[in-house]
Design a protein around this ligand. Sequence first.
Ligand SMILES: [Fe+2]
Length: 262
Amino acid sequence: MLSTRILQLTDLHVFQDPDARLRGIPTFQLLCDVVEHIKQSGEEFDFVVVTGDHTHDELQESYSAVRQVLSPWLDRLFQVPGNHDDRAVLRSVFSDRIAGQGDTQINFTFQAGNWLCLGLDTHVPSSVPGLIDAEQIAWAKEQVRSLKPDMIGLFLHHPPVNVGSEWMDIIGLTGKELLQSWFTEEPRIRFACCGHVHHEFQTRWNQTDILTTPSTGIQFSPRGSTPTFVADPPGYRIIELNPEGYTTRVIRLPETRFAPVI
Ligand SMILES: [Fe+2]
């Protein structure tokens, strides 16, 4: 097995109106900038994972716009919803990528060599905080039991730890202790890759690296007791899996085109 390359995009927050702005940030334009930057870089990917908040208004037209922008990667796209998602609408627009019906959970599984990657849905309708429950953990453990990977990577919207941002930790993941217990007992879980906090963060739980990734649109400050936005450029993450482990890096666009309105 040579390396497997994964592109993670997160927190797109696209609106139906392509010129609409979120706190002064034109999220659709910046998503297009990010995708253009990736194309120009010449990087190729085996998998593309979107870790939630595809849209801000959760409208079908907004998901269709996202689908159009992601069209180069539709054959390798995997998705989990964030708090700013509507499962039924997301599923209807990406019906060729997301199995199941209606607003049931959207989890995913793919394998790459001796790796297993799992997507875990933490969405709770009409709620900003997320939820992971014992049934999902049991499902994930069953995937591991049957597929017997050497290493495991997880993708989910809400980080399974506090990130030290007072206002973001309040709207974090209910049930994160269940995941933390799994990390403690299962050293094959090498990373849990997340969004939600709109900034880069990294910590470790047992053998598991907990990673968060900048939004393709608006950027949050890593600190503060109230929502604080910063004029950092948008970004994305590349993960490279290999038979012995993995490497990862966050890439930000070279310039900040728009400053947030505080
Ligand atoms: Fe978000």
